[in-house]
Design a protein around this ligand. Structure first.
Ligand code: NAP
Ligand code: G4F
Length: 329
């Protein structure tokens, strides 16, 4: 029997990687797309002609019920969210509604359509829920047992979604799991996130299209992996005998300065300082100083391994942006 999957956030970074992964595995793939004329619709249809798009919105439970009636999914991947931490400080209520309550809307839609014993549900939880070293100092990195202390409206909304997913698992016996994913990047990453903003700027500087990039704080450290590796982990979580939560991470942490070092070296520049200006507009009211994850449980139980390392990730992103930007020149 062909398995059916429904993805929210199909137009986002992870949605693209997951649509490819599930398509390659022979799934019948449905994707939720929002808005009357979503600007990403055409590109999504062209790249994934096998994906059936359904108009719906995480803010609107009746649209989710309709989507479930159409897709009749075996698996749901809830990737849709306001996902930008900086933006969440500017629009905290919308973030709570989409990123937090949107998850509840989907879980209730599953119950209303009688899917609580048949549908497998994946919630996109995040390392932003941990909050950094000031609050929690794990020896090997944050794991599934580490304490949460979110530092942004986004992190708080995600923590609600995380707990309500656990609550539906415990209350209704649903196969509902959370993947607590550390930062993952790649050629599909939005340019509003720091890694892609840097690699895009580096490519444009190399091609003479811009002369500097403006960034916020450069000292925070992140555990950066490749998004293509992480969607494999999401899928594995839904193939287990028992529902459970897992951390996906690389077990390494690097500062934004280290990312800049490697990205500029890729175009032959050793000293990036003349090309980077600091702009307080990109700083946040509260910052997460360091994120480092411990993926031992995912490696042991899921057999998950990341394939792309930090230098490989930076190289892949710079080379991709050089190709794209030279076509635009
Ligand atoms: P992304 O590129 O920002 O994609 C977000 C997706 O959410 C987009 O497809 C967007 O659709 C959709 N969306 C926004 N508002 C919606 C609404 N009201 N109803 C339905 N869909 C809506 O995010 P990503 O990097 O792929 O991340 C996927 C998920 O994993 C997110 O939930 C994110 O918070 C979480 N996560 C990401 C990371 C990471 O490092 N990437 C780490 C941990 C957790 P439009 O195109 O229409 O705006
Ligand atoms: O790339 P970022 O915006 O990612 P952030 O805040 O770590 O969030 C991402 O990862 C989370 C997982 O931990 C996800 F849940 C979330 O959805 C998202 O995908 O910022 C990374 C770091 C921050 O410390 C930020 O303050 O880079 C710093 N930064 C410095 N200058 C900047 C900039 N961030 C952005 N976006 N833009 C800048 O100009």
């Amino acid at each position: 029997m062909t398995k059916r999957a429904l993805i929210t956030g199909i137009t986002g970074q992870d949605g693209g990687h997951l649509a490819k992964l599930l398509g390659d595995k022979g799934y019948e793939v449905y994707g939720i797309i929002r808005g009357q004329q979503n600007p990403k619709r055409r590109a999504t249809e062209e790249e994934f002609p096998y994906v059936k798009l359904i108009e719906a919105d995480l803010l609107d439970m009746s649209s989710l019920v309709r989507a479930l009636q159409i897709a009749k999914p075996d698996e749901i991947y809830n990737l849709g969210a306001i996902s930008h931490v900086g933006y969440s400080f500017k629009d905290p209520q919308l973030t709570a509604d989409v990123t937090g309550k949107g998850c509840l809307n989907m879980l209730e839609a599953i119950r209303l359509t009688g899917g609580e014993k048949t549908v497998r549900f994946y919630q996109a939880s995040t390392s932003e829920m941990f909050g950094g070293l000031e609050y929690n100092r794990p020896e090997k990195g944050y794991n599934e047992e580490s304490q949460f202390h979110p530092r942004s409206p986004y992190g708080v909304a995600k923590l609600y979604a995380h707990w309500i997913t656990k609550n539906y698992r415990e209350s209704y016996g649903m196969f509902a799991v959370s993947g607590i994913l550390f930062n993952h990047e790649g050629e599909r990453r939005g340019v509003e996130f720091v890694t892609r903003k840097i690699t895009n700027a580096v490519a444009r500087i190399k091609l003479g299209l811009q002369d500097h990039v403006e960034l916020g704080d450069l000292w925070p450290k992140r555990d950066w992996g490749y998004a293509g590796d992480y969607v494999e982990g999401m899928w594995r979580m839904l193939q287990q005998d028992k529902p459970d939560d897992f951390v996906l991470a690389t077990g390494e942490t690097h500062s934004i300065e280290e990312f800049l070092d490697l990205a500029f070296k890729e175009i032959g520049i050793d000293d990036w300082k003349p090309y980077v200006k600091q702009n307080p507009a990109f700083m946040r009211p509260a910052e997460v100083d360091l994120l480092l994850g411990d993926p031992t449980k995912a490696e042991t139980v899921l057999g998950w391994q990341r394939e792309v390392d930090f230098p490989g990730l930076v190289k892949l992103m710079v080379q991709h942006d050089l190709e794209i930007e030279s076509q635009n020149k």
